[in-house]
Ligand binder design. Structure first.
Ligand code: ATP
Ligand code: MG
Length: 462
């Protein structure tokens, strides 16, 4: 361990030299200065663990120094040395937050004791603070941000559901935070020490689905060259998150229902059913009412899953969460990119009134790009993507209203491409379809504008 560093302050240089020598003998690092101003500089620029200062000094005296240090670092302990008989000075020092005072002249052992006590006290304070921060973090709900009434209600319910380990169905538009919430539910519940396994029901090819979920035995079908564990087995004693559950084919819905009801499953090629101990969380951005009406989703499964339904409202229905989320993502990006930006008032209000069809994910992407491309330290309306700068509806009935001053077609094209890619989660096939162009044309234009996905919103899908 590095020795603690003690800053010694006294205008009497001879005294300072002797004190410095003694303190070094105790095994501490020292740094000696002869004025309050120099002391402050040292406190500001270097890691000092304790300050010992004389009370009476020309210029900034010990009390003033104490006060300034308190403002800089409320935890840094300060021991004040007073001249013989200066009771008032000692009282003021203690009132001003000194950890201790000593009357000159003092014995070596006195100052040693005083230093040890002060350092120990600070260590305890710091440790205590660290622990309480950690506790707070642990009880926080998975880094989820939001203060609107609508959102807090969802969170409150989620917190309650987390504890009881029931099946939960999370509904909400794309990018509203369904997966984030599912994770928080798992990691705040009784199964938090066991695995959290994600299955994206929309991404698994139909004929692999059963084996993917339940596993198979060697030789169960052509190509089954070895035993394979399914996701249910991997998630044993933990949680299985069935994302995009509405995409499950009907025959798999029947099998899932059986697992939920009987707590057992059939591994392909295994004559005996296997017990299942898995908590199911499911999510969808589809309207399950409609899926049921159209015969795509089984009613009995719906009722099983939605014992506890949670619906995350789209961002446009809780606009007061927008600034909070902006700042949350800004500080995340800042940390990653090593630069900070502030949002101008106009920019904030445009961001807040935008419709956010891609919800929080879209906001996250927008903020990250704003931080990445910002050069001035401040975000102004003209920095915003075009669809946010010019809200829909402001268009004379045409798709766009042309600005009076003229504009750059290139820039507009780039913005539109970007917005379309983000809305389609960077899936090129879907984006091309959305824009009514071929995939090759899309790729060509993405290259032309140097558009690349910088960080995962959703996973790319097959
Ligand atoms: N309330 C929130 N606080 C902080 N981050 C959030 C919040 N809601 C969503 N996010 C972030 O937004 C992104 C999208 O969230 P998530 O993947 O959970 O959405 P989703 O509802 O599962 O979307 P999809 O339906 O498209 O799969 C993630 O990066 C997530 O961390
Ligand atoms: Mg998701």
């Amino acid at each position: 361990m590095k020795p603690e560093r003690i800053l010694l302050v006294d205008d009497d240089r001879n005294f300072l030299r002797v004190l410095g020598y003694q303190v070094q003998q105790f095994g501490y690092g020292t740094c000696c200065v002869s004025s309050g101003a120099r002391a402050l500089e040292r406190v500001r620029e270097s890691a000092v663990d304790l300050v010992v200062t004389d009370l009476r000094m020309p210029g900034m005296d010990g009390l003033q120094l104490l006060e300034r240090i308190r403002r800089l670092d409320p935890d840094l302990p300060v021991i004040v040395l007073t001249a013989h008989g200066s009771i008032e000075g000692a009282v003021d020092a203690v009132k001003g937050g000194a950890s201790d005072f000593l009357t000159k002249p003092f014995e070596q052992e006195e100052i040693h004791h005083s230093i040890r006590k002060a350092l120990e006290m600070t260590r305890l304070i710091r440790e205590n603070r660290r622990l309480s921060r950690e506790v707070q973090r642990r009880f926080e709900f998975g880094g989820i941000v939001g203060s609107s009434k609508e959102f807090r209600e969802v969170l409150e319910l989620a917190r309650q559901l987390a504890a009881v380990a029931t099946t939960v169905l999370i509904q909400g538009e794309t990018g509203t935070g369904k997966e984030l919430l599912a994770r928080a539910i798992h990691f705040n519940g009784p199964r938090k020490k066991s695995p959290f396994v994600v299955v994206n029901c929309g991404a698994i090819p139909r004929d692999l689905m059963e084996s993917e979920l339940f596993g198979h035995r060697k030789g169960a079908f052509t190509g089954a060259v070895a035993d394979r564990r399914g996701k249910f087995a991997v998630a044993d004693t933990g949680t299985l998150f069935l994302d995009e559950v509405a995409e499950l084919p009907l025959d798999m819905q029947v099998k899932l229902l059986r697992v939920l009801q009987e707590k057992e499953m059939d591994v392909i090629g295994d004559p005996e059913p296997s017990p299942v101990d898995v908590r199911i969380l499911a999510a969808t951005n589809q309207d399950l009412g409609r899926a049921m009406a159209e015969g795509r989703f089984r009613q009995d499964l719906f009722y099983r899953l939605s014992v506890a339904p949670l619906r995350i409202p789209p961002l446009r229905e809780r606009r007061e969460d927008v600034p909070l989320l902006m700042h949350h993502f800004e500080s995340e990006s800042s940390r990653k990119l090593g630069k900070q930006v502030r949002f101008g008032e106009k920019a904030v209000s445009l961001l807040q009134s935008y419709r956010w069809p891609g919800n929080v994910r879209e906001l996250e992407n927008v903020v990250e790009r704003l931080v990445l491309f910002n050069r001035t330290g401040k975000v102004e309306p003209e920095d915003l993507p075009i669809e946010i700068r010019r809200p829909a509806g402001d268009t004379d009935g045409r798709m766009f209203r042309l600005p009076d001053k003229g504009f750059s077609l290139q820039e507009l094209e780039r913005d539109i491409l970007l917005a379309a890619l983000e809305r389609n989660r960077w899936n090129q096939v879907r984006t091309a379809r959305y824009l009514g162009i071929t995939r090759n044309t899309l790729i060509y234009r993405m290259r032309k504008f140097g558009l690349r996905r910088i960080r995962g919103g959703g996973r790319p899908r097959s």
